[in-house]
Design a protein. Structure first.
Ligand SMILES: [Zn+2]
Length: 307
C-alpha cells in the first residue's frame, strides 16, 4: 500500500477533460479537438458558477504563449475546485457506494455538473489565435449576440448531452446518468427556451433534425453568423438576403431585450419558480413570434416586392 500514489482529483479531472470529454464534444459537433487551458479555481474566486469559459487574450496572452508556444492558447475553461473533486469522485465510482435513494439525487446533480462541462467545452471549440479571439469578443459586445451565443450553446448541449456522456465514458460509470433528471439546473432561463423553440421550428421548416441544425450552429460559433445561417435554412431558397437580414435583426432586437431582462439570472439560479416560469414563457413566445413572421416572409419575398 505504501507505494500506491495518492489520488489527485484535480489531475484526474483535467485528464478526463483533455482525453475524454473534449474529444467527445468535438466529435459530436464534427470539430477538431480543442486544446483550451483548463484551470481549477478556488471556490471563493468563482462562488456562483460551476464552470466558466473566458478568453485569456486581455490579461495573460504572453504567459500562455510562453507556456504553450504557437499558436497561443487563448481560451480557458475554468472550473471550481469543488466541482473538479466531485466529478473525479463520480468517475471513480463514488456514487455507486450510495443507497439507492441518495444515489438517484446525486446522479441528477452530476448530470447537471457534466452538462456545465459540456457547455464550456462547446465554447472552447474555437478560436485559439489572439486575433480571432479578439474578433469573437468584439462580436459578443453587440447587444443580443451574447444571448444568442449562450442560448445556442446551452441548447446544443442539451440536444447532444446523452451522446457525449456515452462517448466520454461517464455513462458507463452509472447508466442511470442518462435517464435521471438534472437537479437545480436553471441556466439562461428564457433565452434557452427561445433558442430551443426557434431551432425546433426551423428544423421543421427546413425538414431536418434539430441535432443537424445544432451541428451547423456550433460550426458557425453560435453567434450572429449561426443565427443568419439558421434563418436562411428556415426561410429556404425563396428568401432574399434582405428577408434574411430583416428576420435576423428582429430576432436580435427581441432577444437583446429578453437578455437584459434575465442577464443577472444567467447562472444556476435560485430565483422563485414563478419568475423562472415567466421567463421561459417569454422566451418561447418571442421565438414563436419570430417563426410565424419567418413563415410569412417567403410569400412576401418574390421579385418585385420590396421588403
Ligand atoms: Zn456559456
Amino acid at each position: 500500500m505504501g507505494d500506491t500514489p495518492q489520488a489527485d482529483p484535480a489531475r484526474e479531472f483535467v485528464d478526463f477533460m483533455r482525453h475524454r470529454l473534449l474529444p467527445a464534444v468535438a466529435e459530436a459537433f464534427g470539430r477538431p479537438t480543442p486544446t483550451p487551458f483548463i484551470s481549477i479555481i478556488p471556490d471563493a474566486l468563482m462562488p456562483e458558477s460551476l464552470g466558466a469559459e473566458y478568453s485569456e487574450v486581455l490579461f495573460s496572452t504572453p504567459v500562455i504563449e510562453r507556456l504553450y508556444g504557437e499558436p497561443p492558447i487563448c481560451r480557458s475553461i475554468n472550473i471550481r475546485l469543488t466541482t473538479a473533486v466531485e466529478i473525479a469522485s463520480f468517475l471513480r465510482g463514488g456514487s455507486l457506494l450510495l443507497e439507492p435513494e441518495e444515489r438517484a439525487r446525486v446522479l441528477g446533480y452530476f448530470r447537471a455538473q457534466l452538462s456545465v462541462l459540456v457547455h464550456e467545452a462547446i465554447h472552447s471549440l474555437w478560436p485559439n489565435s489572439a486575433s480571432t479571439v479578439r474578433q469573437h469578443e468584439a462580436e459578443l459586445s453587440v447587444p443580443g449576440t451574447r444571448a444568442l451565443y449562450e442560448g445556442f450553446t446551452e441548447a446544443a448541449t442539451r440536444e447532444h448531452l446523452d451522446d457525449i456522456l456515452l462517448h466520454c465514458g461517464a455513462a458507463s460509470v452509472d447508466a442511470n446518468l442518462l435517464t435521471c433528471e438534472a437537479i437545480d439546473y436553471e441556466i439562461y432561463p428564457g433565452i434557452l427556451e427561445a433558442t430551443q423553440t426557434l431551432v425546433d421550428g426551423v428544423s421543421r421548416m427546413a425538414g431536418g433534425t434539430a441535432a443537424e441544425q445544432y451541428r451547423l450552429i456550433v460550426a458557425d460559433r453560435c453567434g450572429a453568423e449561426a443565427l443568419s445561417g439558421l434563418v436562411a435554412r428556415g426561410l429556404g431558397e425563396t428568401a432574399t438576403p434582405t428577408a434574411i437580414s430583416r428576420a435576423c435583426a428582429d430576432i436580435h432586437h427581441d432577444w437583446s431585450e429578453l437578455w437584459q431582462a434575465m442577464a443577472k439570472f444567467h447562472v444556476v439560479s435560485e430565483e422563485p419558480r414563478p419568475l423562472l416560469n415567466e421567463r421561459r414563457d417569454t422566451g418561447r413566445l418571442a421565438a414563436t413570434r419570430q417563426l410565424t413572421a419567418m413563415q410569412r416572409l417567403p410569400q412576401r419575398s418574390p421579385a418585385g416586392l420590396s421588403l
